[in-house]
Design a protein around this ligand. Structure first.
Ligand SMILES: [Cu+2]
Length: 66
């Protein structure tokens, strides 16, 4: 489980874009987004770096908290 904070995710459209980016990096990842706290929790066997990169490419700054 990776805990990301995506501070520049501000609306439902951002949530959809971030979710899509996560799924494009790992199609079997499970992702839960809380817009209020800018939290993006990802369950995946793949390394966290691929999600950081995918979010960056989608235009968002994903900060890995743990
Ligand atoms: Cu938005």
């Amino acid at each position: 489980m990776y805990d990301f904070k995506v501070s520049d995710m501000t609306c439902g459209h951002c949530v959809a874009t971030v979710e899509k980016a996560v799924k494009s990096a790992d199609g079997s990842a499970r992702v839960r987004v809380d817009l209020g706290t800018h939290a993006v929790k990802i369950e995946s066997q793949k390394p966290a770096a691929i999600f950081t990169k995918a979010m960056q490419e989608a235009g968002y700054t994903g900060e890995l908290l743990g």
